[in-house]
Design a protein around this ligand. Structure first.
Ligand code: EZ4
Ligand code: CO
Length: 416
């Protein structure tokens, strides 16, 4: 089975996506997600100019060899553009191999280890009443674990809080006011937000106290610090949230400095999750070996595909660290489906983020996975169980969109 064609598909149904479709000489197709939020066209060019020409004529069954060929063969190591490109090739080849075998992908990864994937959804509100409404809506939809993000007094808009202020500009403006928080805005340049860590640290413990009082002790609650704290600020937040028994506290410090987590870890028993911006096992080496985190956050899309992420999960498993794969809207339904198959098979599954895609996204990406009782599950369709509708995609051309940038109140740039 040889690779005959590889197409880079760019579309924007609700938001921008980059998808790789590989076709073999006997007409089997496979899909891979290559979406890198705000830098989409760099991955598309990397694939088109430097990867697709190398794929033509290769044996589609040789997945590991192709992974090593693209990783070692680039000479230049790691990086989100390279690893998203490798991920797309790897995922598409797994899709093809499973379709050729006539099996859902999880069967090729060792078969089912569980009935489905427990997910968490994103509840948010500028103020407590809206937040409580949002949590209730999620519970009614079946969610059994909830991420909680709120506004901070004195800051006009804050990461993770859905509001009409977050409604996208462009062709779908105003369509997602309360749908879900979508951080990328369609605009030629990033919008600017402001930030005050002290105000945040003062406000958040009271929010979790109120949520526990309203919803009781059982509901698993999560929170995302989005890389904004120093180690000591993170330690303080982790300690102050201990009474509210979080499932995890995410991305407390900027992600590059693995050693910083030693300081945080010495001060708090709140479980920690990190890695949504990581792209290789090397980014996790110290975090995993020293058991400085509890959950690994990379998605299939940004960490070298099924092959790359499975290696990270396996390494994490021997240190009692579990999976908690990133599942925002910028991981396409192809990337999400890959996460579902991998999550069904691995021994150390923890939780899956499930932010839900906009209805327009599902018109282009025809999925078969199911969501019921707070769990995602794969269907028995061969492969990943996703088809790409070219006609539907043609109605949604790429529109520049960027994640916001963040400034402290004195105007200095800060981590967003
Ligand atoms: O900011 O996916 O946990 N989820 C997150 C996301 C990320 C975006 C970046 O593309 O932190 O909202
Ligand atoms: Co996050």
């Amino acid at each position: 089975m040889f690779i005959e064609k590889a197409e880079v598909l760019i579309s924007s149904p609700g938001r921008n996506f980059v998808t790789l479709r590989i076709t073999t000489d006997d007409g089997v197709t496979g899909l891979g997600d290559a979406t890198l939020n705000g830098r989409e066209l760099a991955v598309a060019a990397y694939l088109r100019e430097h990867v697709v020409p190398l794929l033509i004529g290769r044996d589609a069954h040789r997945i590991e060899d192709t992974w090593q060929y693209l990783y070692k063969g680039a000479y230049w190591r790691r990086g989100p553009v390279t690893m998203a490109s490798i991920a797309a090739v790897d995922t598409a080849l797994w899709d093809i191999k499973a379709k050729a075998a006539g099996l859902p992908l999880y069967q090729l990864l060792g078969g089912r280890s569980r009935d489905g994937l427990l997910v968490y959804g994103h509840a948010s509100g500028a103020e407590l009443p809206e937040l409580f409404d949002s949590i209730n809506e999620h519970l009614e939809e079946g969610y059994r674990a909830i991420r909680v993000q709120t506004g901070i007094p004195g800051l006009p808009s804050v990461y993770g809080v859905a509001s009409s202020a977050n409604a996208r500009t462009g062709s779908d403006a105003g369509t997602d006011a309360r749908y879900d928080y979508e951080p990328a805005r369609r605009n030629a340049v990033p919008v600017e937000e402001s930030w005050d860590t002290r105000a945040y640290l003062r406000h958040i413990p009271g929010v979790f106290e109120a949520v526990r009082n309203e919803f009781g002790p059982e509901l698993p609650l999560l929170h995302d610090g989005h890389h904004r704290m120093t180690p000591m600020q993170a330690a303080k937040l982790g300690k102050s949230l201990e009474p509210y028994d979080l499932f995890w506290l995410e991305d407390v410090t900027p992600a590059e400095n693995q050693e910083a987590l030693r300081l945080v870890r010495q001060h708090t028993t709140t479980p920690l999750a990190i890695g949504e911006v990581f792209n290789t096992i090397w980014d996790y080496k110290t975090l995993i070996e020293e058991q400085l985190i509890d959950y690994v956050r990379s998605p299939v899309t940004h960490a070298g595909g099924i092959t790359g992420l499975r290696r990270i999960f396996d390494y994490a498993s021997i240190y009692q660290i579990k999976s908690g794969a990133h599942g925002p809207t910028d991981v396409s339904p192809v990337g999400l489906s890959a996460a579902i198959h991998l999550g069904l098979a691995i021994p150390n599954f923890g939780i899956q983020e499930y932010m839900r895609h906009a209805p327009a996204t599902h018109e282009v990406f025809r999925t078969t996975f199911t969501f019921a009782n707070g769990m995602l599950d794969a269907a028995d369709a061969p492969g990943l169980g996703v088809e790409y509708d070219d006609e539907a995609a043609a109605a949604h051309p790429y529109e520049a969109a960027y994640l916001p940038v963040n400034r402290l109140l004195d105007g200095s740039m800060h981590d967003w």
